[in-house]
Design a protein around this ligand. Structure first.
Ligand code: AMP
Length: 396
């Protein structure tokens, strides 16, 4: 794997594809700067070597050309503070103004280009656009794991125009090293904890994981589709009625492959989707009409804790319940604690996917798991065994 550590950037201009797709409020203030913070070590390494840095990213989903609210200019102050450097900004990402600014860029300076997705060519993977970007610098660095599963101009196609002058930044390198620990180097038993709202969004990954893991723990809204498929009564819980057969086939496949598939046995039910709702605990297959299951309960927690503590490698994707409401956050918190305890005993634990990362942050447990992945879709595709275009572009 070729990383920035193998290169010396003295006197070089590095063009880094970062993932600065950060959430902004109405005042264009950054409400979560995790992605910016993650890229700082890569930028600093290049500056320390005596190189200059050109940053390119997308922000949001511009529909048809430039949109003021999606301009990367909103990030300049925050980034300048984070780097302790006066970050320069240009109102385009290709063209003569950009080229002139780049030509004047001195060692230690940082230039942020405008939102790549103001050009449709970015997402279309246009070769001419990619070539124009490539020409701006001496070395191309890909550090945007969040978009590594997309074959866009700046994430993959650009690599065709830089020869051997390409490498991974620290974010990408860390993701690959840690995901490999799970995919190909995982010490057994390997357990995948899959939660979240719907089975439909997790089918592919659950099926693929059957070939890699020893246990799959199911939680969250999708549990009720499994419970109903097995003949249970799930009241008004979230159910995908068109996925009942699929749930049964996943159960059969797990049996055939010798994978232990754990489905909740009990459920914390509410009479409304609200933190003020009345609650009652029942077996998961005995939820009355008028009630919806919004979290796992004590019997399930005990079984899941035991399964987690006896694992050496753990993947966690998706909450066990509606953790955004305190009343239904206990199951997710309990599982997070079990993962932390297993990690303290020497297991490798990787948390990924938007909502489990949000849960880990909510419970302030980032430091108690081995690794928190920054890429949702990219992480799932990597775990499914797909070769990500952004990774392939650097490796080939
Ligand atoms: P996902 O994006 O598929 O990982 O789903 C995450 C969402 O699933 C979170 O917003 C949770 O509140 C929601 N969720 C978890 N458990 C349940 C449940 N039992 N019923 C409805 N929604 C749930």
């Amino acid at each position: 794997m070729k990383t920035i550590d193998q290169l010396n950037f003295e006197g070089k201009k590095a063009l880094i594809r970062v993932d600065f797709n950060v959430p902004l409020n109405d005042k264009f203030e950054i409400t979560d700067d995790t992605r910016i913070a993650a890229a700082i070590p890569t930028i600093n390494k290049i500056i320390k070597d005596g190189g200059s840095v050109i940053l390119m990213s997308h922000l949001g989903r511009p529909k048809n050309g430039p949109e003021a609210k999606l301009s990367l200019k909103h990030l300049v102050n925050h980034l300048s503070k984070a780097l302790n450097v006066n970050v320069k900004f240009v109102t385009d990402c290709i063209g003569s103004e950009v080229e002139t600014t780049v030509s004047h860029l001195k060692a230690g300076e940082v230039l942020l280009l405008e939102n790549l997705r103001f050009y449709a060519e970015e997402q279309n993977g246009d070769t001419d656009f990619a070539n124009k970007l490539a020409k701006l610098a001496d070395v191309y660095v890909n550090d945007a794991f969040g978009t590594a599963h997309r074959a866009h101009a700046s994430t993959a196609v650009i690599a065709n125009f830089v020869g051997e002058n390409k490498c991974f930044g620290y974010v990408m390198a860390n993701e690959i090293v840690n995901l490999e620990k799970l995919v190909n180097e995982g010490e057994r038993p390997i357990t995948a904890i899959m939660g979240g709202a719907k089975v439909s969004s997790k089918i592919t990954i659950i099926t693929k994981l059957m070939d890699k893991v020893d246990k799959i723990i199911i939680g969250g809204g999708m549990s009720y589709t499994f419970a109903k498929a097995m003949g249970g009564k799930v009241g008004d819980s979230l159910v995908e009625n068109d996925k009942l057969d699929l749930a049964l086939s996943l159960i059969a496949e797990a049996k055939e492959k010798g994978v232990e598939l754990l489905i909740p046995v009990d459920s914390l039910n509410a009479d409304a989707f609200s933190n003020d709702a009345n609650t009652v605990v029942t077996d998961i297959d005995k939820v009355e009409d008028g009630w919806m299951g919004l979290d796992i309960s004590d019997k399930t927690k005990t079984i899941y804790r035991e399964a987690i503590l006896s694992s050496r490698t753990i993947l966690w994707n998706g909450p066990m319940g509606v953790f955004e409401m305190d009343k239904f956050a206990e199951g997710t918190k309990f599982v997070a604690n079990a993962i932390a305890d297993a990690t303290a005993k020497g297991a490798f634990s990787l948390v990924g996917g938007g909502d489990s990362v949000a849960a880990v942050k909510k419970f302030n447990m980032q430091d108690k798991v081995s690794y928190v992945s920054t890429g949702g879709g990219a992480m799932l595709e990597y775990l499914e065994g797909k070769e990500l275009p952004g990774v392939k572009a650097i490796n080939s």
